[in-house]
Ligand binder design. Structure first.
Ligand SMILES: [Fe+2]
Length: 208
């Protein structure tokens, strides 16, 4: 079992999640193109039903309070795992207005997300050989599958080969519910972020 730092298993939550996934499995298996708006709404609706199933659970409410209190240790955003083992990954992500989750991927993983509150702008692209291995790349270096705004009650998804590379920015303080219906290995994730020198390190141009 993979246990991340701030994950504490909860039996009620596991039971509700497993029942929900058994009901929704066919919805996720039918998803193959995040560029399709109907498929995006089906994915988002399924995650919405998880939110409703978890809403009465005290652990879920505690995690929502905790994640919206601010960034998690070592991260610029808030993240609280709901479930985290070799076959199930799900969590709550909180991003303050104006903050960005930089371009990254989840190799071989597939996930759906829904905006619980707030609004984000998102860009999703397809992996290509040149975009593997953690090199810094910009969104113009991979084929964009879909980009747009997601407000409360809407969402999107990605598969291993479609829309898997993504970046998003919060337009207002935003809470997302994130579910991996095909888990991935954390260690294989790449952050495609250019290392830019800080203004203090940049060479000063001589003035004329
Ligand atoms: Fe992601």
């Amino acid at each position: 079992m993979i246990l991340t730092e701030n994950y504490f298993p909860d039996r009620d939550l596991e039971y509700a999640y497993t029942s929900w996934m058994n009901r929704e499995r066919n919805v996720f298996h039918a998803l193959d193109n995040p560029g399709n708006s109907l498929q995006r709404s089906r994915a988002s609706a399924a995650v919405g039903r998880l939110h409703e199933a978890l809403a009465p659970l005290s652990r879920y409410r505690e995690l929502m309070d905790a994640v919206t209190s601010g960034p998690s240790a070592g991260l610029p955003w808030g993240w609280r795992p709901l479930l985290d083992d070799e076959c199930t990954q799900a969590g709550l992500l909180y991003l303050e207005a104006g903050k960005t989750v930089p371009l990254h991927d989840h190799p071989e993983g597939a996930a759906a997300l829904r905006v619980i509150s707030g609004r984000i702008d998102i860009i999703q692209g397809d992996p290509v050989p040149e975009t593997s291995g953690g090199d810094a790349v910009s969104p113009c270096k991979f084929p964009i599958r879909w980009s747009g705004a997601l407000s409360r009650g809407t969402g999107t998804f990605f598969t291993a080969s479609k829309g898997n590379i993504h970046t998003f920015m919060a337009r207002t303080d935003t809470l997302l519910l994130d579910v991996f219906f095909t888990p991935y290995e954390y260690a294989r994730r790449s952050w495609f972020v250019a290392e830019k020198p800080s203004p203090a390190e940049r060479p000063v141009e001589p003035r004329r």
